[in-house]
Design a protein around this ligand. Structure first.
Ligand code: BEZ
Length: 212
């Protein structure tokens, strides 16, 4: 059965461009973005891996490790990484899983045979430090992902975990957040939201972003 939000992310040991990785050991207590792409030496994938390399400081700031995957082997990944670094002037410091035997692809349901036969489609999994799945996304092979959106979701999830706020449509860092619906006790509201809040409706309460 497909993985669902809140499920435990399956553990695995697999080869990568940086040697064998035991996922749980490698992740430690970090957040993880695990993302698959169809094939090495393909154009859209090339731009995506370069972009994730460019955004590494943003992932680091949020205590997030990035882990790519394709079904090509580690030698192929190493040659391709050289190309990406040369053409995009980046340092690709995160590993790319070499999932030739489909261990990880099968565990995470990354192969959608009616779309791409035996290659992985563009999936993204955000996994929290408790190894729970917090986001799943599937994109078609022909559409490169927006990794700023992935960072935005991580910001939202981390705010929810720490401050009991959710984020509204098209929310951007620094904008008002919404108070999660299950907090109703006035004392708790005062304690959790010292900056106050505006009640638009009983079920829609806006508060300044707590960590700003
Ligand atoms: C690409 O990464 O460019 C790509 C891969 C598979 C199908 C279409 C595009």
């Amino acid at each position: 059965m497909a993985l669902r939000l809140g499920d435990s992310a399956p553990n695995f040991t697999q080869a990568s461009s940086q040697g064998d990785i035991n996922f749980y050991e490698w992740a430690g207590d970090s957040w993880v973005v695990l993302f698959s792409h169809p094939k090495d030496y393909t154009p859209v994938c090339t731009t995506e891996l370069g972009e994730v390399a460019r955004l590494q400081p943003e992932f680091d700031k949020r205590k997030v490790k990035t882990l790519a995957l394709s079904v090509d082997d580690a030698d192929s990944h190493l040659g391709w990484i050289k190309d990406i670094e040369e053409t995009q002037k980046v340092n690709l410091s995160y590993p790319i899983l070499a999932d030739g035997d489909r261990t990880v692809s099968d565990l995470y349901d990354m192969i959608h045979p009616n779309s791409l036969q035996d290659l992985t489609v563009r999936t993204v999994f955000i996994i929290d430090p408790n190894k729970k799945l917090r986001l799943t996304l599937t994109y078609p092979a022909s559409t490169g992902r927006n990794f700023n959106e992935i960072l935005r979701v991580i910001d939202s999830l981390q705010l929810t975990d720490k401050y009991s706020v959710a984020t509204p449509a098209n929310w951007k860092d620094g904008q008002d957040c919404v108070i999660v619906p299950f907090i109703e006790d006035p004392k708790e509201l005062k304690q959790k939201f010292p900056k106050g809040y505006t009640q638009v409706k009983t079920y829609l309460r806006l508060t300044p972003q707590p960590n700003k």
